[in-house]
Design a protein around this ligand. Structure first.
Ligand code: C2E
Ligand code: CA
Ligand code: CA
Length: 735
């Protein structure tokens, strides 16, 4: 028997393998379907995804495998040979192969004769194991096509493994404090629902007189004197019951207990968040008694941002007012971090907090002694620059601040790059009074953000005019609602299997009396942000359902209507009752309606989840719109009650030219199928795109190839529905 030689980069390969968290007792269930397909496709009794460890191999998934007693040593493993080469390793008859004829798997009870395996590569190109098919009969007819199909399945397996690695990575990172938090002067403790300490930073350990490494052995109770413990337990129990600490009354006085038995008066603020169903707490602590003058301490606490230690919003306003009463003047720079929410969502709150602390530190390093650095919003910072009255000088400060923020940071082991937009206003030139100075800097900031990430903008009077114009625009939107200027257009959706029309997506348009037909890009952002969204959303739902009912009665009995929802529709009123009432009103079965939601709407909101769940149970379709463009999509697939995903048009448009986009679409379709979801591709414009999608197994399509969004009348004419004649059906091939 020939033992496989070790690979040249074996240490690195094993390190890569470890990142997937797999083991003989930790298989990967998402691979089960892959091995089942493989066994079925090649008509063999056994298929497996086999990982090659240090001296043993183990299954990440297997089907038809007899179980115990099989030699799983690396020396005996066929897969250990397969990972030495790039392509598909085929052994038509092991008894005739000098590497394997005396192998215990061949001569023993397992009686392996045929083997075909493809290496599975990590993102970094290390062969971690192999997808293989095995038979006790020889196969001399394993063709080039078969090899290609096996390779195809291996790609699918590798995609799923990659998914697992990313999830694990995010999961692991959430736990410990990130580096800036670890070094932060603010004492922080993270603990779980039982008061067990998960992590604390240097300042917290020092506050209590312990070493940082002692943290995981301690509980919160051990850090409080006997008499305060019941109160503490009660506090945590109430938070766990409510799922939040918002609005909770805190014990009036809490003490800390040091390791040496001494006590101190403890000031603290508490945050919590839910992760995988479990509540995790973060407490920021201060030794109040250590501050000589308690009144002074309270004053400082009130004026400081707890996370970063810089001034908070209130003290920033106060300082700005004070600065403007003196004749020297001042400038205000407001900074907003770009894409911070995404960072928080993908890398976790610990990293997010770490970034905020680092930004605060950088701005403080830049400020002069009399300036004020403040955190005035979740990811908004502000600088008050005393005596700076020249716009060019203020702009230079803003640019320096943005540049300081843009320097690379390492937070919690991640290399992160953050950019910020800045808005600048100076007094007395732009405003004489603090509130309007800050308001003007804010308008400048909005313009900067509008221009793109990393932009700075100095206030000009026109911005005020535009703000007024926006207000007028909002008045116009009100008129549009009351005068019925909104209309719905309908875009066909088509079944790839037979080219038949399955339904339509309703898309809003505004027939503006002066500006003509406006598409959503021109007014939706204002509408979505304003108070009218729920009203307009309710109208869209009603109008679209009425149209669907009409078409279903007049020739298209199976017609399904897709309706886009606004986030506000989940926050105002009860969307579940509203949908059910609309369906009843028009005599529609729930399957006739499909609600389209985007990641922005559904992200991590339990109330939304609950509503969607109930609608889904009721039978209404839920489509995940613009799929593939966001960050959290994959985890949402698992948690959300969806019936199908809409593959975003950006992928469809690239798929013919770019192999990358094509394999992405394949992965999306495949992933959807493994979650039992149907797929529809958006933005199908050409026949090659249509053919490609059909081949990849996508169920339906929507796009200019089948029809642009059009008024109901035109839609009816085009597809022979609602015109009195009997519906003869419609076929893509006739388009
Ligand atoms: P969406 O939901 O992704 O809608 C698809 C958009 O892609 C539509 O733009 C449609 O006209 C366009 N489109 C369709 N096929 C093709 C194609 O083959 N090629 C290209 N290049 N584009 C195609 P539209 O109508 O301008 O809508 C834009 C967005 O506005 C929609 O994106 C949706 O997010 C929002 N929206 C539109 N109508 C409504 C509505 O009634 N309610 C809500 N809440 N949102 C709406
Ligand atoms: Ca949509
Ligand atoms: Ca879309």
């Amino acid at each position: 028997m020939k033992c496989p030689p070790a690979l040249p980069m074996e240490t690195e390969r094993l390190a890569a393998l470890a990142e997937y968290g797999l083991g003989s007792d930790r298989p990967l269930p998402s691979l089960d379907v892959v091995v089942r397909i493989a066994a079925h496709m090649f008509e063999v009794p056994v298929a497996a995804v086999n990982m090659v460890g240090d001296d043993h191999v183990f299954f990440a998934a297997a089907t038809g495998f007899a179980g115990d007693g099989v030699d799983m040593s690396r020396d005996a493993s066929f897969c250990a040979h397969a990972i030495l080469q790039d392509g598909v390793m085929v052994v038509p008859d092991a008894t005739l192969d000098d590497r394997f004829h005396d192998n215990p798997l061949v001569t023993g009870d397992t009686q392996v004769r045929f083997y075909a395996g493809v290496p599975l590569l990590s993102a970094g190109g290390h062969a971690l194991g192999a997808l293989c098919v095995i038979d006790t009969k020889a196969h001399h007819d394993f063709s080039a096509d078969d090899r290609e199909r096996l390779r195809e399945l291996a790609r699918m397996a590798a995609d799923r493994m990659e998914l697992r690695r990313v999830e694990l990575f995010i999961e692991r990172d959430r736990r410990p404090f990130a580096e800036p938090e670890r070094r932060s002067p603010t004492a922080m403790i993270r603990f779980d629902e039982h008061g067990t300490i998960l992590d604390w930073n240097d300042a917290a350990a020092m506050l209590y007189g312990y070493a940082v490494a002692d943290g995981p052995d301690l509980t919160l109770e051990l850090l409080a004197p006997e008499r305060d413990r019941a109160g503490l337990r009660d506090l945590i129990a109430r938070a766990v019951a409510a799922g939040s600490v918002d609005g909770m009354t805190m014990p009036p006085e809490v003490h800390g207990l040091r390791r040496d038995g001494t006590e101190f008066l403890l000031g603290f603020s508490l945050f919590c968040w839910r992760e995988n169903g479990v509540l995790t707490f973060n407490a920021h602590l201060q030794d109040l008694s250590a501050l000589r003058d308690e009144k002074d301490a309270l004053k400082r606490l009130a004026g400081a941002d707890v996370l970063t230690g810089v001034a908070n919003r209130i003290s920033f306003y106060r300082n700005a007012e004070a600065a403007l009463t003196c004749p020297l003047g001042a400038a205000v720079v407001i900074l907003d971090l770009d894409g911070f929410k995404d960072v928080n969502d993908t890398l976790g709150h610990a990293v997010g907090d770490g970034i905020l602390c680092d930004v605060a530190r950088r701005l403080t390093a830049l400020a002069r002694p009399d300036d004020t650095v403040a955190r005035i919003g979740a990811d908004e910072f502000a600088l008050l620059l005393r005596g700076v009255t020249d716009t060019a000088d203020a702009r230079r400060f803003a640019d320096a601040a943005a540049a300081a923020i843009a320097e690379p940071m390492v937070v919690g082991g991640f290399d992160v790059r953050v950019t910020a937009c800045c808005g600048v206003a100076v007094a007395p030139q732009h405003a004489q009074e603090a509130l309007s100075l800050i308001g003007n800097a804010d308008l400048a900031l909005s313009r900067a953000k509008h221009n793109g990430p990393g932009q700075a903008f100095v206030f000009v009077a026109a911005l005020r005019m535009e703000a007024v114009a926006r207000r007028v625009y909002n008045i116009e939107l009100h008129r549009a609602v009351s005068d019925g200027e909104f209309v719905l257009f309908y875009q066909p959706q088509v079944d790839f299997a037979d080219g038949s029309l399955t339904g339509a997506e309703a898309l809003i348009r505004w027939r503006h009396p002066q500006r003509g037909l406006l598409s959503p890009a021109a007014f939706l952002p204002a509408l979505e942000r304003g108070p009218l969204a729920p009203t307009v959303g309710a109208w869209i739902l009603d109008e679209a359902c009425e149209q669907a009912a009409f078409w279903r009665r007049n020739g298209a009995p199976g017609f399904r209507m897709g309706v886009n929802l606004f986030g506000a529709q989940f926050r105002v009123g009860n969307i579940v009752d509203e949908v059910i009432a609309v369906l009843d009103r028009h005599g529609l079965p729930p399957q006739a309606l499909e609600l389209e939601v985007t990641e922005n709407i559904v992200l991590d909101d339990d109330a939304v989840l609950d509503s969607l769940q109930r609608l889904h149970e009721y039978g209404v379709g839920i489509a995940f719109d613009d799929f593939g463009t966001g960050y959290a999509s994959i985890s949402l697939l698992r948690r959300y009650p969806l019936s199908r995903i809409k593959i975003d048009r950006s992928f469809v448009q690239g798929m013919v030219q770019s192999g990358r986009d094509a394999s992405l679409v394949r992965a999306l379709v495949d992933m959807a199928r493994s979650f039992d979801l149907r797929t529809i591709a958006e933005g199908v414009e050409t026949v090659p795109q249509c053919d490609g999608l059909r081949q990849l197994g996508c169920d339906e399509g929507q796009g200019y190839l089948f029809g642009v969004p059009m008024p109901a009348r035109e839609f009816g004419e085009r597809f022979d529905i609602g015109l009195g004649d009997e519906w003869v059906g419609w076929n893509v091939n006739r388009a």
